[in-house]
Write a protein that binds this ligand. Sequence first.
Ligand code: SF4
Ligand code: SF4
Length: 85
Amino acid sequence: MNDRSIYPLSQPVKGAGGKTGSWRTAKPVIDLEKCSGCLLCWLFCPEGCIGKNDRSIDYAYCKGCGICGAECPKKAIVMVKEEQR
Ligand code: SF4
Ligand code: SF4
């Protein structure tokens, strides 16, 4: 058994609908000063696009669903409206 075999999340890849970042109307921004490192956002993100180690967000795949912000117990994630594309 290697590390990948017990990794709970799949990695984001471009699917039939393209990169899911193009769906977004608002993007999550994490305030690392408030973040406790609980990793709930990483666990709940349906796109697997939050970095486990640094909580960076891959905006190419983040679809702006807001689940990460809703789950964050520290209210460290706010959704910021995207500029018109
Ligand atoms: S808004 Fe949705 S897709 Fe984007 S990082 Fe948060 S949970 Fe993941
Ligand atoms: S859910 Fe909130 S407190 Fe927990 S790791 Fe994510 S940003 Fe940090």
